[in-house]
Design a protein around this ligand. Structure first.
Ligand code: ATP
Length: 445
């Protein structure tokens, strides 16, 4: 994980937030390549969920909702983790994750194992960030930053049902920031205080819920394989009854083997009719489906939920590689081309050669109208390749002396390092084709 964090910092993917003021624990800012990679993850999720389906529509609800939403959903009373303090070292731990934590006095021991540990009894700690709305400071002005995007979807159920003229099974998808005052944030982007959640609530007739639950677990698992995560690093783990949230009748986590061990990448839950029923009771607005024949029921909800951050860390960890090529070390990010922030580099071999530069600039201008590509003429060609390898650029086009003679360029493949020559006029089409090819990690077992 340290190597990934340092690469992200060095190449401007991710910076500690407000760093010049000493940062704010577990809050991060994204630099250029981080923004590009996140955009790719978001748009591939959106394509799979909305664009490529007939039965799911998009929504973008507010971050600060009427606080009664969070009373109805159970978050005010129950969105909490058990917390223990150590009176000796003053550190805080999640009582249910002590076996993953380190004692403040002796990191090789767990909290409570050292003779000097003095842990308090567990108490519940609500993870929602509170804020205030309006100029008056009284109890009625208290509001919350949303800890999940899902509730914004449930409270819009009636709007979408009527205006998008949907009938179950249908889904509503949303991407946006969620906020959680985590007791023990950390492990880079894995557990942060604010993250971009991608959630889809799929409303189904109750007797179809089991089938759709299985469908979404499998569909989401397959999505990760499609975008290059290694099968050996992915698994599906069903929650036991004691672990499930109060509202869920079934939950399966898609787990990834992060450098810190197996952890939840995405959760898929069968939320039953809990949310629509709660909001019906608290708001007085009936959130149910009424069919043309007059039949009515409260749909059940299947929810796949994930954050861009957890996907991003999984992809960085999966793709990070160091190897020796012709006696020199290289660091390479073997990202799926669709995830890679930059799709191709355009490199004039000799930066002082006006003809090479003219060809390279013109190819660059052409390619950049449809893809994020980079022009780089700084330093020896080997160093330029290494720079692109480190940020995961799958292809590099080099303009050299031969280009001036026969109008061909070299294309270099990031993973195999194979090089071939192409007519310069065919590069646009070649890149389109190459980016559409299925891709699997060369590290896959
Ligand atoms: P965990 O048990 O790891 O705290 P959770 O079960 O509380 O996670 P959910 O409430 O199911 O998480 O949230 C859905 C998804 O949102 C998770 O699968 C994860 O991808 C993402 N997520 C949740 N909390 C965080 C966080 N603090 N930082 C980054 N991503 C998060």
């Amino acid at each position: 994980m340290d190597k990934i964090v340092s690469l992200c910092r060095r190449r401007g993917f991710v910076f500690p937030s407000s760093e010049i003021y000493g940062g704010l624990g577990s809050t991060y800012d994204y630099g250029h390549y981080g923004v590009l990679a996140k955009n790719n993850i978001r748009s591939l999720w959106f394509s799979a969920m909305v664009q490529e389906r007939d039965d799911i529509v998009a929504l973008d609800s507010a971050i600060i909702l009427n606080p009664r939403v969070w009373e109805a959903s159970g978050h005010v009373a129950g969105f909490s983790d058990p917390l223990v303090d150590c009176r000796t070292c003053k550190l805080r731990f999640r009582a249910d994750k002590l076996d993953e934590a380190q004692c403040g006095r002796k990191p090789s021991k767990r909290p409570g194992e050292h003779t000097e540990c003095d842990l308090t009894e567990p108490r519940q700690f609500n993870l929602m960030f509170q804020t205030r709305v309006g100029a008056v400071e009284d109890a009625s002005s208290v509001a919350y930053l949303r800890p999940e995007t899902a509730q914004g979807i449930f409270v819009n159920f009636k709007n979408v049902l009527q205006i998008a003229r949907r009938k179950p099974p249908f889904g509503i998808a949303q991407v946006g920031k969620s906020f959680r005052n985590e007791i023990t944030p950390g492990n880079f982007l894995f557990r942060v205080l604010e993250f971009e959640q991608m959630e889809m609530e799929f409303f189904v007739p109750p007797d179809e819920a089991d089938r759709w639950f299985e469908h979404w677990v499998q569909a989401r698992f397959d999505w990760y394989l499609k975008y290059g995560l290694r099968r050996s690093k992915l698994r599906i783990r069903e929650h036991g009854e004691e672990e499930r949230s109060h509202y869920a009748t079934a939950t399966s986590d898609i787990e990834y083997e992060y450098p810190i061990g197996w952890g939840e990448l995405e959760g898929v839950a069968n939320r039953g009719d809990y949310d629509l029923t709660q909001h019906t009771e608290h708001s007085g607005t009936k959130l149910e489906y009424v069919g043309e024949g007059g039949e009515r029921y409260t749909p059940w909800v299947i929810e796949p939920a994930v954050s861009i951050e957890r996907i991003f860390v999984a992809m960085l960890a999966d793709g990070y590689d160091e190897e020796e090529v012709a006696g020199r070390q290289r660091t390479v990010l073997r990202l799926h081309p669709a995830i890679a922030p930059v799709k191709a580099a355009i490199l004039p071999l000799i930066a002082r050669d006006a003809d090479m530069v003219a060809h390279a600039r013109s190819l660059y201008e052409e390619l950049r109208t449809s893809h994020v590509v980079e022009y780089d003429d700084g330093g020896a060609i080997g160093r330029r390749y290494r720079r692109q390898d480190e940020i995961g650029t799958p292809f590099a086009f080099t303009i050299d002396e031969q280009t001036l003679e026969d109008r061909t360029v070299t294309v270099r493949d990031r993973d195999s390092l194979a090089q071939e020559r192409l007519p310069i006029g065919g590069v646009v089409e070649w890149l389109e084709g190459a980016l559409r090819q299925p891709w699997a990690s060369p590290k896959a077992e």
